[in-house]
Design a protein around this ligand. Sequence first.
Ligand SMILES: Cc1cc2nc3c(=O)[nH]c(=O)nc-3n(C[C@H](O)[C@H](O)[C@H](O)COP(=O)(O)OP(=O)(O)OC[C@H]3O[C@@H](n4cnc5c(N)ncnc54)[C@H](O)[C@@H]3O)c2cc1C
Length: 222
Amino acid sequence: MSDHTITVRSIDEITHDVRRYRCTKPDGYSFTPGQATELALDREGWRDEKRPFTFTSLPDDDVLEFTIKSYPDHDGVTEQIGHAEAGDRFLIGDAWGAIEDNGPGTFIAGGAGVTPFIAILRARHAAGDLDGCHLIFSNLTERDIILRDEFEAMPGLRTTFLVTEQPDSPLAADLLDRDALERLIDGVDRPFYVCGPPAMVDDISDALQQMGADPDGITFEK
Ligand SMILES: Cc1cc2nc3c(=O)[nH]c(=O)nc-3n(C[C@H](O)[C@H](O)[C@H](O)COP(=O)(O)OP(=O)(O)OC[C@H]3O[C@@H](n4cnc5c(N)ncnc54)[C@H](O)[C@@H]3O)c2cc1C
């Protein structure tokens, strides 16, 4: 893996625990929407602590953007990244990842698992090509939903937001099981993209296959 040093240019608050980091982009650096890289803080004691994060900018943008959820209860990389400031440096490797755009379909995300879909749906939005795309995005509570306004403003994208731990919300819902998916999805003949906590991804992949979805048509990452 070749390491690249990038510098944080700006940081924006996206939710109470998610921030957007816009960084310099190394010359010639390339990736496809949905891909991730190993990222570490370029700081004493942290350079070997690499964690995977997904690019949420588009390949042709002149910055690299990451959208990162911090877990402040735990002294890990994301807690440190949550204290990063403009001018700090990150180390990144090359781009890799299982998720790529295989055509319009149903994108099912849990929490920060939405990040590969941010890039893919932004690329489709830029191309005016969102017809037939449906984002189903489950979170604990409404305040955890990443970029809801942006997704809702994308013409052609159908959105379904669900929350599992806020019973007073109009979005309140149970976990995504087969019954719920049958209510939400029009058919199983188009690609599915699933990304979120491992248990959620396993349950949804099983449910989709029981519903008749072609396993080769399900792209997932945990
Ligand atoms: C391909 C891929 C792409 C990803 N892209 C993104 C992205 O774009 N944005 C994003 O926000 N995340 C993304 N993730 C998830 C991200 O990599 C993890 O959140 C990150 O690795 C956590 O690092 P950490 O050092 O903070 O926690 P780690 O030490 O690696 O711990 C991992 C998880 O365990 C939990 N945990 C561990 N120990 C404790 C403890 N003592 N107390 C409480 N909780 C604990 C934490 O909740 C944490 O999520 C991606 C993951 C993968 C596999």
